[in-house]
Write a protein that binds this ligand. Structure first.
Ligand code: EPZ
Length: 419
């Protein structure tokens, strides 16, 4: 079984280039189904989740090609004929749900397996389905499958009772070719969502943002395929900044969008780090002790849930106690018992974890439970005394492109082993 072997204690130094964002490429691949012809996405990272989505598109009938050299993916949907997303694919990759509304827009029907839950919580899709029903879709759920049909999607006023990235993207894709106007209130406005908006507009869509969280979409007759560049991965960027901070190093991340990680940058400064930023780079260093910092996760532009686990790992070495509150997912503290195996002192109380900083962490065998928890264990291992071995790193490969190679280039003693 593959593991990551890490010998901690080395301050990370140097520069690292940030890859394209997994969480924008996945929806963009679904968006491609809204147009015939050759759709291309640039800056696509080589990640397992993206490979899974490519496989799903091929099942639907798309021709998908990807070059790990140029990082460009081309998708030709001219011959798509199948409107089913099977269980064995959807249950491995929740973002498969993204194909539901493009299949409806294209075929007037869709059969998509219900996504299962995952380590961080039940992951329902009620907001997606309720919104589609408001747009005229007839939905039944039979034997674990969503069976949906519609003559033509109709514009509607959708008010989300909670902010949902996925449900917002589902409605954007359904509304782009619908009859009439759709208004989404309390929309997610994460950079990845706004990038999907930019892509749909470049394809001929008519979407505009009103105020902080309202999106207005006027349906058009047709969308054309384009070439679109993925935005940098703000979560990978934040993960590297936190890794540099925990090892008392000095790292410059390049090819990123500092605006997308402002909330993290603010918290790193509060924790005693020095942070500088340019147009497409951020440099972080730390000389003195880590100060305890409280975090509450919220939708963008506040502190992202996808950096919560990594920040908990950082705070495990702060001089004092931090309270980290998770408001997005019900069970996103699976990294805590594993961090405590490295001699961290963290207690979970409901949706909060109380992190009492310790003077040092000690290497141990730990197990990854989900994508971002894996990153938290690596961050802790980089700072721990001695060797840490992280198992079940298939979780990691879903969302980080060759993270051990990038970390090794920054001086980390880290390698992938078979053990
Ligand atoms: C996206 O997931 C991201 N995944 C997640 O990143 C990210 O953590 C999340 O947004 C929040 O930012 C991708 O983009 C592929 P949500 P998504 O719908 O769309 C509840 C990572 O590590 N909800 O914004 O599934 C839901 O349970 C992953 O890269 C409903 O109740 O998240 C959660 O509590 C993890 N009903 C909250 O809303 C619904 O119909 C936010 O979920 C949909 C969601």
């Amino acid at each position: 079984m593959e593991k990551l072997w890490i010998e901690g204690g080395v301050p990370l130094t140097g520069e690292v280039e940030i890859s394209g964002a997994k969480n924008v490429v996945l929806p963009l691949m679904a968006v491609s189904l809204l147009a015939d012809g050759i759709f291309a996405i640039e800056k696509v990272p080589a990640l397992n989740d993206i490979k899974m989505m490519a496989h799903l598109l091929r099942v639907i009938g798309s021709k998908v090609d990807y070059s790990s050299k140029t990082k460009t993916m081309t998708i030709d949907n001219s011959y798509c004929s199948y409107y089913e997303a099977p269980y064995e694919l959807v249950n491995k990759m929740r973002a498969s749900i993204y194909v539901l509304s493009p299949l409806l827009a294209r075929f007037g029907q869709a059969k998509v397996s219900l996504p299962g839950g995952c380590a961080i919580g039940p992951r329902p899709i009620d907001l997606h389905l309720k919104a589609l029903e408001q747009m005229g879709v007839k939905i039944e759920v039979n034997h674990g499958y969503i069976e949906a049909e519609v003559d033509r999607l109709k514009g509607a006023e959708i008010i989300f009772e909670k902010v949902s990235v996925g449900a917002t993207v589902t409605v954007l894709m359904a509304a782009a070719l619908a009859e009439g106007e759709t208004v989404i209130k309390n929309a997610a406005v994460e950079p990845e969502v706004m990038s999907v908006v930019a892509c749909l507009n470049a394809m001929g869509g008519k979407i505009e943002k009103r105020g902080d969280s309202e999106l207005r979409i006027i349906g058009v007759e047709k969308l054309r395929p384009i070439t679109f560049k993925a935005i940098p991965d703000r979560i990978e960027a934040g993960t590297f900044l936190i890794a540099a901070a925990v090892t008392k190093g000095e790292v410059k991340i390049t090819g990123c969008e500092p605006l997308h990680i402002e909330a993290l940058i603010q918290k790193l400064k509060e924790a005693g780090c020095e942070v500088q930023a340019g147009d497409d780079w951020v440099k972080v260093s730390r000389k003195g002790d880590l100060k305890p910092v409280d975090i509450v996760t919220h939708p963008y532009p506040l502190f992202p849930t996808d950096l919560q686990a990594q920040f908990v790992a950082l705070m495990s070495l702060a001089k004092g106690t931090s309270v980290i509150e998770e408001t997005i997912f019900a069970e996103r503290f699976h990294h805590v018992p594993e961090l405590n195996r490295l001699d961290a002192n963290i207690v979970v109380e409901g949706n909060k974890c109380i992190v009492t900083g310790v003077s040092k962490l000690s290497g141990a065998e730990v197990m990854a439970t989900d994508l971002r928890a894996s990153a938290a264990l690596i961050i802790a291992g980089l700072a721990a005394e001695g060797v840490t071995k992280v198992s079940r790193i298939y979780h990691l490969d879903r969302g980080y492109e060759r993270i051990e190679v990038k970390l090794e280039k920054l001086g980390a003693k880290i390698k992938r082993i078979i053990a």
